[in-house]
Design a protein around this ligand. Structure first.
Ligand code: G6Q
Length: 550
């Protein structure tokens, strides 16, 4: 018998009724009614302080959301993930990114075998390699030390390391620069390689499958670039390393498998920065810092695994997302880092969240009858304030937002950081409080404005408020707090996937386009459109082929 869809449970229906009673309430009033609200709706875990009091919730909402989490056996599913059960049911795989950063001595078994010795073995090889490259012991083909590392990978083999390298830029020195090439658009590779010296450049070809079209095309062109300059195919061994699960294909490309760092099929691409896919991170900031990143994530893992749901930061954030998506009608979720070095975090989480929970059927294949993963988007403050915050404040959609910032900047320049963070706090306050018509009117009249004009403008200067935000504050963005922050979002995604009953760990939705692209590529290369396309695609293809001939 198929399990009941979550929207048919009494806990879901109770939340629906609860929303009807809460939707007309004002957060301002909730704060007035409970002086301890900010304190009771805050918690600190692994160096991250979360204040979730500026949400349209009461203690009853939290009780009911936790009831829902219990109804779907969230705790049981967390246990199953940590125990290495094959919870990715469409690919029959365990989901063990948590093992990659398991800094405890706890064994983790997959099919009766402890995976920790293999994980620690790869980490040890990474440490040695990183030490050699950073110290200058590893030399290029001509005997020069490596000055530039180019990671060639896409999706999960790109976004995580790229995001983390930017976030940890303050921990890098100038002697080894790390670059990322992902797009098969030749511009990406050409512009990255411009100015680089082949004799001092090391490529990491990062691909779990080692078959991904974009990555293999870029890797082939990078190899040509190197060999054109160095003129000796044996140079590949000193300038190319691979991160993959596919030794055969790595060898076929010409990379010595002694220079291959492996991982396992139970590491999903978008959850893989903790594996050897994190090699560019370790090269950029040193292995010890990479280990601190793993430790921060492990601290969040232990919290997620053991804390009561009512005090469980990732579970609470996940449940709040469910509250807005399924009961308040939100369709998007904004991630707003007040930290320039977290500029790639929204893009990273876009993949993490949307590829994981952008699903329309349950684990058992039944169509869902409710909203699943939201559109995730965002930009760092304060740029976003001068662009799209207007819509968050006064638009017609409800957009829950996460504000993320640090008490101390790595670049304390004059009063930049106080100004920056003043904006963070001001925005969350303004979104929560809003400004009533009367408040807007009084403000303008007291400033001396003509009353008729003030009455007109007050409509435009009214802010509805009641716009929900979470505030995440850390002391400083360190490898440890960053690790905890990423793990927090991973487990938030997990929580929501469990509530919605979807498999968060497959990505069948990316297949169809890939298949069609292969058919179309053959047509472009042969110059003849022969497949049975729709009329629009046929016309576009013919136009493209014709114009390329001119
Ligand atoms: C992530 C996805 C996907 C994957 C890329 C790259 O979860 O699986 O983004 O990471 O398609 O795949 P390869 O690492 O195999 O090249």
């Amino acid at each position: 018998m198929s399990p009941v869809l979550v929207n048919q449970t009494p806990q879901w229906q109770a939340l629906q009724q609860h929303w009807e009673t809460l939707r007309a309430r004002r957060m301002r009033d909730l704060f007035d009614a409970d002086p301890k609200r900010a304190a009771t709706m805050s918690l600190t875990v692994a160096g991250l302080h979360l204040d979730y009091s500026k949400n349209l919730i009461t203690q009853e909402t939290l009780d009911r959301l936790v009831d829902l989490a219990e109804a779907v056996d969230l705790k049981g599913w967390i246990g199953r993930m940590f125990e290495g059960e094959p919870i990715n049911n469409t690919e029959d795989r365990a989901v063990l990114h948590i093992a990659l950063r398991n800094r405890s001595k706890r064994p983790i078994q997959v099919d009766g075998e402890d995976v920790m010795p293999a994980i620690n073995g790869v980490l040890a090889r990474m440490e040695t390699f990183v030490g050699r490259v950073r110290s200058g012991d590893w030399r290029g083909h001509t005997g020069s030390r490596i000055t530039d590392v180019v990671n060639i990978g896409i999706g999960g083999s790109n976004l995580g390391p790229k995001m983390v390298c930017a976030a940890l830029a303050p921990y890098q020195n100038d002697s080894l620069r790390v670059h990322f090439v992902s797009n098969v658009d030749g511009t990406h590779l050409v512009e990255t390689l411009r100015g680089l010296n082949p004799a001092t450049t090391l490529f990491i070809v990062a691909s779990k499958t080692f078959t991904t079209q974009e990555t293999m095309t870029n890797a082939g062109s990078a190899r040509d670039w190197l060999l054109t300059a160095l003129g000796d195919s044996s140079a590949v061994a000193r300038h190319f390393v691979a991160v993959s699960t596919n030794a055969e294909k790595v060898a076929a490309f010409g990379i010595d498998t002694a220079n291959m760092f492996g991982f396992w099929d139970w590491v999903g691409g978008r959850y893989s920065l903790w594996s050897a896919i994190g090699l560019p991170i370790a090269l950029a900031v040193g292995f010890d810092r990479f280990a601190e990143l793993l430790e921060g994530a492990h601290a969040m893992d232990e919290h997620f695994r053991t804390a009561d749901l009512r005090e469980n930061m990732p579970a609470l954030l996940g449940l709040l997302g469910v509250w807005y998506a399924n009961f308040a009608g939100a369709r998007t979720h904004a991630v707003l880092p007040y930290d320039q070095s977290l500029r790639y975090l929204p893009a990273y989480l876009q993949q993490g969240d949307m590829e994981s929970n952008g699903k329309g059927v349950t684990r058992e294949g039944a169509a869902v009858e409710y909203t699943t993963g939201p559109v995730v988007w965002g930009e760092p403050g304060t740029d976003g304030q001068h662009a799209f915050y207007q819509l968050i404040h006064q638009g017609t959609q409800l957009i829950p937002a996460d504000f993320i910032g640090a008490v101390h900047s790595h670049n304390e320049l004059g009063d930049h950081h106080p100004k920056f963070m003043a904006n963070f706090f001001a925005q969350t306050e303004a979104l929560m409080r809003g400004r009533t018509y009367d408040e807007a009117l009084t403000e303008m009249v007291s400033a001396g404005m003509d009353e008729e004009q003030a009455r007109f403008l007050a409509h435009h200067r009214t802010f509805p408020g009641n716009r929900p935000t979470n505030s995440l504050l850390m002391d400083r963005l360190t490898p440890h707090t960053l690790g905890a922050l990423i793990a927090l979002y991973e487990h938030r995604i997990f929580t929501q996937g469990i509530v919605w009953g979807v498999n968060s760990f497959d990505q069948w939705g990316v297949e169809l386009g890939k298949q069609l692209a292969n058919v179309i590529l053959a047509e472009i290369q042969s110059g003849a459109v022969t497949a049975d396309h729709d009329p629009s695609t046929t016309a576009l293809l013919k136009r493209f082929i014709r114009q390329r001939k001119v």
